[in-house]
Design a protein around this ligand. Structure first.
Ligand SMILES: [Zn+2]
Length: 283
């Protein structure tokens, strides 16, 4: 199966190979890759999708042990639908499914018409996604203005989702209805917590367990199930936009465009400009 071979390809990358993951995505036409400097974890790759009503898909290229992991050998073995990694002596080893299994999904969805964002250093306090929002304002605005919501593919277990503090009751109801997954709690933080200034975001389970340890594993059927449900969501023709609640909204209509200013509950100020559908005639 094509999906499984792509999954295995990304799990086969050595743990210390963030740059090589970025290199794969640099082959996608129209990508934007930015890094503070060549030795920095402040780096990301963004590809904007071409369709209307699009979603941003997010995964991180780093793994928990991507710095200071000394075992070079990394063989992925399958046992009864479960993937694990072993070293050259057959001892269990970090698989890196958090989040290479999510990265593999983005690769499989690259031609869906939706947008992609690969980050570095999610495991290191979200260095790259914070840098994106602070020092790459053009991309931050594209993400929040041109997308209906964000889907991150980076959660442990099989059938859960989390919206943290970047979901609304309406968005949670939509995700619950589409997925049948449940939300265990609202705690912790991940990349969408930095990226969602104006729009909602969700992080789906992708089937990995015991992450950040040598006993990490991935359930192939659970991974496939989330891949298929994300495909189903992405295929919805008129995907609704889910805004985060605003403290206030101010609209200004000019002859040929509208300007909307929103102050969000996280105190971010979002200014968006859209064309007037029916511009006023001067005569
Ligand atoms: Zn992760």
């Amino acid at each position: 199966m094509h999906e499984i071979s792509v999954l295995k390809k990304f799990l086969d990358f050595p743990i210390n190979s963030v740059g090589e993951i970025f290199d794969e995505f640099k082959t996608i036409e129209g990508h934007i890759f930015r890094e503070k400097n060549t030795r920095s974890k402040k780096r990301f790759l963004y590809v904007e999708g071409k369709r209307e009503n699009k979603v941003l898909l997010v995964a991180h290229a780093d793994t928990y042990f991507d710095k200071g992991y000394f075992s070079e050998k990394h063989a992925v073995v399958e046992d009864n639908g479960i993937l694990k990694a072993i070293d050259e002596n057959g001892k269990p080893q970090l698989l890196g499914a958090d989040d290479r299994a999510g990265v593999a999904m983005l690769w499989l969805l690259k031609d869906s018409g939706h947008s992609l964002l690969i980050t570095d250093s999610e495991e290191d306090g979200r260095i790259a996604s914070k840098w994106l929002m602070k020092e790459n304002r053009d991309i931050a605005e594209k993400i929040n203005q041109r997308h209906q919501f964000i889907i991150q593919l980076d959660r442990c277990n099989g059938r859960e989702f989390k919206c943290y503090k970047v979901g609304t009751p309406a968005f949670r109801a939509f995700i619950t209805e589409q997925s049948g997954y449940t939300e265990p709690d609202f705690g912790a933080k991940t990349d969408i917590c930095s990226l969602c200034n104006d729009i909602c975001g969700v992080n789906f389970s992708i089937g990995y367990y015991d992450q950040h340890s040598d006993y990490e594993s991935l359930n192939i059927n659970e991974w496939l199930n989330t891949l298929n449900l994300v495909k189903k969501i992405l295929a919805i023709e008129n995907l609704p936009k889910f805004h985060l609640p605003a403290l206030f909204t101010f609209c200004f209509a000019h002859e040929s465009f509208n300007v909307t200013v929103r102050l969000n509950t996280n105190l971010s100020l979002v200014v968006s400009r859209s064309k007037q559908k029916y511009p006023k005639r001067s005569n």
